[in-house]
Write a protein that binds this ligand. Structure first.
Ligand SMILES: [Zn+2]
Length: 1016
């Protein structure tokens, strides 16, 4: 999955109301009282004792056993959830509302409730699962705790025979025969699934997933039986589980076929089997149905064993209207007449990768290496798919060569879906995309748009191996999928499209991820997860970017050839199987063959949150290096980091005596400190070459001065990435009080000579953060002085820019960055030129083409007048280029006219004129202006219930909470608001991150405001 814009914007587990309202037809349902059992998080791990007992909650036991249960629960990571309070002190088992009617927990409560689990369980799992209880102050818990096994109740009041979130492994699926009948007019669908299962341990029950499906009939057959036998189906919606109760014991080694008929509604969220409306080329409203199953929504399209390790083959048949056609993972076999599409049997795969689409799309195709690659889009957008086709073909060829494993399917479809929440989804053979991440329009797509499309295709194609062919066994190792796909995305682009210079993009996202990872609210990339909310919270920048950064560091350390051999080994060893992180390290260790223990090294990075700060002190030829955790803390001025953190850091450095090619990866720092002896004395030393390592470096004052002088006098002695890295490091160190702010600004003085995008955009990023803090405190004067200071350094560069699309990608990006900064701060004659271009464009009624790289800046400037804004809106509604619309929308949302901003947010929330998929982008833009950030906060507060219902929590992170630096003086309000929502909401990771960041911002201001005021 690619989150949109590399922010986390993923399909969330929208639990549909119907799930609670529908009752199974098979079992007796004489209006059972609707009970809502509390949801204890059952214990699946028993790290220290031999007896594992699992408990749910029974009706009456709780009161009697409560105290005992609570203490055990604390120990074992359970939390008690109650739909009214969510707190364990109200853990009264099942409850019935006073009127006897079925009271359905609100979605928000469901979502939020489970968040408590996230926190509690992850903390306890860390304590329990990490080797040697590394992070507990008390050491290991060794007591055996015995508890009775208690099962929850099914919807019909009978005992549900399974008490865990994870499915049992006594029955495994081998094959699914799935027939689906979606009706785009009624927006309902009917389905029938035949699942062939194999019995591993004798049992009377088959436990599998089902969510929101109205099951009408269920039977079971076996080769040994004369005929299919009807079976009872028990449902436990809280965990999306059903239990099929067999008429006889199911015998070990035997295969059985479970047949389930059911119906449901096409979802109106972006998750599961969902429907989307769009306007066709004649402006008529049409419907399309598509799927998004990752992570947990296959179960809402068909009953299945919905865990990644339960791989099986799938035969899919779609019955549809005559005017539509269907696509699925596999090629069509065209056997079954005009209203049914049948697809060939799939390879062995996980449920979350199954996909199908019913629509009226058009495509272009090209064959490569016996695979037919096709790009699908709405007919009127078929002119924008060629770039994607060429790119996909090239990348597919690259990956096959690089991994030495052929892409195993005969076809690969890439489909642009008109309303799509994430960036893209890697379904095997049928990859789905947001339109902006697949379509490329020569007239309106910029250099950055081209990079985005290429990157997303590279990411999803990498998944065809990392994720689809070899899959993580469980979501705790999601980083194996996402970290790898992200790493390969940049690597493949660098190899296949070097002119795009995407390695600098990778650097940029690493900087941002480290900001997040240096908060206390961060988490290890491999963290134990159970509940759906915990699983969804894993789809964050850490799994993606930190995962990729660690692989980059490893590759640089063990050298490219070993790294390639290691992953080839890994893919071969585990094709069509499931893996854990350790399997990857084992495959690498086969290559390093005792010279380096990759597992030992990498465990320190994936099982610990955060990253190290390496402090270097030079004395003659000796370099003293020392590591501690880099933590942005609000606690005290002189913080000391938690001493239990220790990383194995492959250190690299460059000096005036050796360039990066000659300088070795000199040292593996696996202790708190060490001394490196140089051959001779050097004038300067810079650690973490090109920032290929995931750590921040601090130097003694003399060494900082030497580096600052070097930048001023001989900047090419360091690479552009090294220069960007120094800027990033020094401002990060200002943030924790290790370096005075003036020194950081002093370093920036070299920018007069800088011509490269990476360092300039890093400098502008840091300056903008400071500008925002000052401006949003209402200190406009001081904010202007901050900008003045930077303008002096960049003035000549701003003046040199032309308003064209000429030059290399890097030059084009540079122009785009510098002019956007200049126009937004009214520097030079930027706005005059932009206004002139806008007026010409407007006079031509939008037909005159604008340079794509500065198009957004032109629109933004034009949208500052009422006339311009209105015209832009009218063009927005008629444009067929998503790339252009994206720029227009950002311009519309950057106005400071409060009424317009409210209208935009409201309209997108409704989702008609402006698609709902755009709302987070709108809010993220609105928030940047001074009036906007207050407004956006009000909007979020007022619509909290709707937002969390439609987008879940992680999208709020993207939209609002991920921008906490924008609302420094709102702290008490932010805190009070979230606390008023309940303890559960204030426990959300994104909320914790927001509050932590706000406090850090306040701290930053306390520390640096006086300096700024005096100096500027
Ligand atoms: Zn992905």
């Amino acid at each position: 999955l690619t989150p949109f814009m590399h922010r986390i914007q993923l399909p969330r587990n929208m639990i549909e109301n119907s799930m609670f309202e529908e009752e199974p037809d098979v079992v007796d349902l004489a209006k059972e009282p609707c009970l809502h059992p509390l949801e204890p998080d059952e214990v699946e791990y028993e790290p220290r004792s031999s007896r594992l007992l699992v408990r749910g909650l029974g009706e009456n036991e709780m009161d009697e056993d409560e105290e005992d249960y609570e203490s055990s629960a604390k120990l074992l990571g359970m939390s008690f959830m109650n739909r009214s309070t969510g707190l364990r002190n109200n853990a009264a088992g099942y409850r019935q509302s006073s009127d006897g009617s079925c009271s359905v927990p609100s979605l928000r409560t469901m979502v939020v409730c489970a968040i408590v689990l996230v926190i509690a369980v992850s903390v306890i799992m860390v304590i329990y699962l990490l080797p040697k209880c590394t992070f507990t102050k008390e050491g290991c818990h060794k007591k055996n705790h015995t508890m009775e096994l208690i099962y929850p109740l099914a919807t019909n009041g009978k005992r549900f025979p399974w008490a865990k979130t994870r499915l049992p492994s006594n029955v495994v699926p081998l094959h699914y025969d799935l027939v689906l009948q979606p009706n785009l007019t009624t927006t309902k669908f009917a389905g029938s699934v035949q699942i062939t299962v194999n019995v591993i341990q004798v049992t009377w029950n088959i436990i599998l997933h089902s969510s929101g499906l109205n099951i009408t009939k269920a039977t079971l057959t076996s080769a040994g039986w004369n005929q299919a036998k009807p079976v009872a189906v028990l449902e436990y919606p809280i965990r999306d589980q059903i239990a099929v109760v067999a008429p006889d014991a199911l015998l070990v080694g035997q295969n059985y076929t479970l047949i389930i008929d059911y119906s449901s509604n096409l979802s109106d969220t972006y998750y599961g089997f969902y429907k989307v409306s769009y306007k066709d080329e004649h402006a008529e409203k049409r419907w399309l149905a598509a799927t998004q199953f990752e992570p947990l929504a296959a179960r809402s399209a068909f009953p299945c064993f919905d865990e990644p390790a339960f791989k099986a083959t799938f035969l899919i048949k779609i019955q549809r209207d005559e005017q539509h056609s269907a696509l699925s993972n596999m090629p069509k076999v065209q056997l079954s007449g005009i209203v049914q599409d049948e697809f060939s049997v799939s390879l062995k795969m996980s449920t979350y990768l199954v996909a199908f689409i019913v629509a009226n799309l058009k495509n272009i195709s090209k064959e490569t290496n016996r695979t037919l690659v096709s790009i699908y889009a709405m007919p009127q957008k078929l002119g924008q798919v060629e770039h994607a086709l060429d790119t996909a073909v090239k990348l597919l060829e690259f990956y096959q060569k690089y991994f030495h494993i052929e892409y195993p399917l005969q076809k690969l479809d890439l489909v642009a879906i008109p309303d799509f929440q994430a960036g893209a989804m890697e379904n095997w053979g049928l990859i789905t995309f947001r339109e902006t991440t697949l379509l490329f329009d020569n007239k309106t797509s910029s250099a950055m748009d081209k990079k985005l499309v290429t990157a997303v295709i590279a990411h999803e194609l990498a998944h065809q191996w990392f994720g689809n062919l070899v899959t993580m066994e469980w979501w705790n190792d999601l980083w194996l999928n996402e970290g790898f796909a992200t790493f390969m995305e940049y690597f493949a682009m660098d190899r296949t499209f070097p002119e795009l210079q995407t390695d600098e993009e990778f650097l940029k996202v690493r900087f941002k991820t480290m900001m997040k990872d240096s908060l206390n609210a961060s988490h290890p990339i491999s963290s134990a997860v159970q509940s759906s909310e915990q699983i969804e919270e894993m789809f964050d920048a850490l799994s993606y970017i930190k995962g990729a950064s660690l692989l980059l560091m490893l590759k640089k350390y063990i050298k490219h050839d070993s790294f390639q051999a290691g992953i080839e080994n890994y893919l071969h060893n585990h094709s069509y199987g499931s893996t854990r992180s350790d399997d990857l390290w084992d495959s690498m260790n086969e290559i390093t063959n005792g010279t380096l223990d990759v597992k030992k090294l990498m465990k320190t990075w994936i099982l610990q949150k955060g990253f190290p700060l390496v402090t270097v002190k030079r004395q003659g030829k000796s370099l003293h290096v020392q590591q501690e955790r880099f933590l942005r803390s609000v606690e005290s001025e002189n913080w000391t980091s938690d001493a239990s953190y220790l990383w194995h850091i492959p250190l690299s450095y460059t000096t005036n005596k050796c360039n990066p090619f000659l300088c070795p990866y000199a040292y593996l720092l696996d202790q708190k400190s060490a001394t490196i002896e140089l051959q001779e004395e050097v004038a300067w030393v810079k650690f973490n070459v090109d920032m290929n390592g995931y750590y921040i470096v601090h130097y003694a004052e003399d060494d900082w001065n030497a580096l600052i002088d070097l930048l001023k006098n001989n900047l090419t002695a360091l690479s552009a990435k090294d220069r960007a890295h120094l800027i990033n490091n020094i401002f990060s160190l200002v943030g924790i009080g290790k370096v005075p702010l003036l020194k950081a600004f002093h370093l920036l003085d070299y920018l007069v000579k800088e011509n490269h995008t990476a360092p300039i955009s890093q400098a502008l990023f840091q300056v903008n953060l400071i500008y925002d803090l000052v401006e949003k405190r209402g200190m406009q004067d001081l904010a202007a002085r901050v900008v003045d200071r930077v303008e002096k350094l960049l003035r000549s560069k701003i003046d040199q820019q032309t308003w064209t699309d000429d030059g290399t990608i890097s030059e084009r990006e540079f122009r785009s960055t510098v002019l956007a900064f200049a126009c937004s701060h009214h520097l030079g004659n930027c706005r005059t030129t932009a206004t002139k271009l806008f007026e010409e464009w407007k006079a031509s009624n939008g037909t005159k083409s604008l340079p794509t790289d500065v198009m957004k800046t032109v629109f933004t400037t034009g949208a500052k007048t009422d006339d311009g804004w209105e015209f832009l809106l009218s063009m927005y509604t008629s444009s067929v280029s998503e790339a252009e619309k994206h720029k227009m929308l950002e311009a519309l949302a950057s106005t400071e006219d409060v009424r317009k901003l409210i209208w935009l947010m409201q309209t997108s929330l409704e989702g008609d004129l402006i698609r709902a998929q755009e709302l987070s982008h709108i809010i993220a833009t609105v928030i940047q202006s001074l009036p906007g950030h207050l407004l956006a906060w009000d909007f979020v507060k007022e619509n909290w219930e709707k937002l969390i219902r439609k987008w879940h929590t992680l999208n709020l992170e993207t939209a609002y909470i991920a921008q906490p630096e924008m609302h420094i003086f709102l702290t008490p309000q932010v805190k009070t608001f979230f606390e008023s929502k309940s303890e559960k909401v204030s426990q959300l990771r994104c909320v914790k991150e927001a509050i932590e960041t706000i406090q850090l911002n306040i701290k930053w201001m306390e520390r640096n405001l006086a300096t700024l005021q005096q100096w500027l």
